[in-house]
Design a protein around this ligand. Structure first.
Ligand SMILES: [Zn+2]
Length: 91
């Protein structure tokens, strides 16, 4: 019989590991150029903040709020998506 605590610890580490991997993936998900501080990843036009949905809050809680996800909307190309709070510069 496998100890329940062992399974729990294993799952917990798996969860932390996946969070770390996601953190690397989403570390610089917001784009910034010379004119706008937050750009669309598709067309580089400025993004509009969408009203925060409940699931976004839940995602943030589940990921220990290390990403600070917010929902954005692009007027130009109708892109909608979640972006973490960190920014990277684009030309
Ligand atoms: Zn766009």
């Amino acid at each position: 019989m496998v100890d329940l605590l062992e399974i729990f610890v294993f799952l917990f580490f798996l969860y932390l590991l996946s969070l770390c991997l996601l953190r690397i993936k989403f570390y610089k998900s917001r784009l910034q150029n010379k004119i706008y501080s937050n750009c669309c990843p598709v067309c580089s036009k400025p993004l509009d903040r969408h009203k925060r949905k409940r699931y976004v809050k839940e995602i943030n809680t589940l990921t220990l709020n290390i990403f600070g996800f917010k929902r954005f909307y692009c007027i130009n190309c109708k892109w909608i998506g979640l972006l973490a709070k960190y920014t990277k510069k684009i030309k």
